[in-house]
Design a protein around this ligand. Structure first.
Ligand code: ZN
Length: 402
């Protein structure tokens, strides 16, 4: 790897009173790396990360470099190589090409103390491209906000960080179960007057029991009795609970008795097929029935940051729905297209992986029988619980590793 000395042909000769960088040390691992630049006198600096290629740039007002040749060529920890020299603007720069996306965990300048020289210290931590992008957009916001303030700032983790990107903690994952409908809204109704709101509630209770039994999760329900809860309220509740996974439970009805089986839905702006679209519209109408204006989309969704997070949440939701399908297949009949997507209102929490399970069709005598069977509900709940356990165990959700 070549060390490119930036425009050094134009370097001004060393001036007695401009500080001198005499060493750059790199210590650490592929997860965390510290860069120490030894300097003859303490100096202000600023540091930022840049993408494509991933790099960290330290700007120092005016220093000279007196470094052994070949320095910075060796890959170490997160550092691919180090370049240094004058920037086109006449500033001195140290450019650290990194092995991938990094966050600046800490950066500071220290004065001379005893035998130790003055130094600039920058500590890097590996991160994901998603978090890097978020940190970058946060930085440019705060840089605009505090322009011309101190040249020295420390980039840090963005304030807004979805839980599955945040550093892992021992805290139990929070699962929010959302039994559809309730109160004045019965949802689908079978010819025999079985109501969706009742069977999905019974199912949600069984699922909560099965999840609780693992002692691995904190489980909440969006309603714990036969009451009406608006769709927006359900999403808000999941947010406040800081849910790691949101599972909405429904049952559908169609004309005729022949359509049976379970389907898993994730969110998408474009429905995977006309049937999925029609169902989403039907489920979304709930609030209109109850006289609540849905209004336009959640205004947050427009925000780029939220959009990015939502894309990631969707990916996680899809990963989970595949695991759920694996588990449910052996237990029950799935529909011909068991994984679908559509614009369900209730799946629109931007930072929470969310899935909607249509357990079956109340228009089918067979499905109705299943839905009314406590044994079937228990079997299904246990299968879904296995999927949840597997999902989190696989670390798909704790995607903090690079
Ligand atoms: Zn429903």
């Amino acid at each position: 790897m070549l060390v490119i000395v930036l425009a050094c042909g134009f370097c001004t000769p060393a001036v007695a009173d401009s500080p001198l960088v005499s060493a750059i040390r790199v210590e650490g691992t592929a997860a965390r790396t510290k860069i120490v630049a030894e300097i003859s006198a303490e100096t202000g600096f600023s540091v930022k990360t840049l993408p494509a290629p991933y790099r960290v740039v330290i700007d120092v007002p005016n220093v000279q470099f007196d470094l052994p040749s070949g320095i910075g060529r060796k890959k170490r920890g997160l550092v691919q190589q180090i370049r240094y020299g004058k920037s086109p603007e006449g500033q001195s720069q140290i450019v650290i090409d990194t092995t991938g996306p990094v966050l600046i965990e800490k950066s500071f300048a220290a004065g001379r103390s005893g035998k130790r020289k003055a130094r600039i210290v920058v500590e890097l931590a590996a991160t994901t491209p998603e978090v890097f992008a978020m940190a970058l957009s946060k930085d440019s916001e705060s840089a605009e906000a505090s322009e011309a303030s101190s040249p020295e700032f420390t980039a840090s983790l963005p304030l807004f960080l979805p839980k599955w990107l945040a550093p892992s903690t021992d805290k139990r994952k929070v699962i929010v179960i959302d039994p559809g409908h309730g109160g004045i809204d019965p949802g689908a109704v079978s010819p025999g007057r079985t109501m969706e709101k009742d069977v999905v509630f019974a199912f949600a209770q069984a699922l909560k029991e099965a999840l609780d039994a693992t002692e691995q999760f904190e489980v909440r329900m969006t309603r714990d009795s036969d009451v009406f809860v608006s769709l927006r309220e359900r999403v808000k509740l999941a947010h406040e609970a800081k849910a790691d996974l949101f599972i909405a439970v429904h049952a559908d009805t169609v004309r005729g008795q022949t359509v049976t089986g379970t389907t898993l839905y994730t969110l998408s702006e474009k429905a995977s097929d006309a049937e999925a679209e029609a169902l989403a519209q039907k489920e979304n109408k709930v609030d209109v029935i109850a006289g609540i204006d849905l209004g336009e989309q959640n205004p947050q969704v427009a925000d780029i940051l939220i959009d990015l997070v939502q894309r990631e949440s969707k990916n996680h939701a899809v990963l989970f729905s595949r695991k759920a399908l694996d588990q449910l297949r052996g237990i029950t009949t799935m529909t011909g297209k068991p994984l679908r997507s559509a614009g369900f209102m209730v799946l629109k929490a931007p930072d929470i992986p969310s899935v909607l399970i249509e357990l079956g069709y109340l228009s089918s005598r067979d499905d109705e029988k299943k839905l009314l069977s406590a044994a079937w509900r228990r079997k299904m709940s246990q299968a879904l619980t296995r999927a949840v356990v597997k999902h989190f165990a696989d670390g798909a959700v704790a995607a903090a590793s690079p």
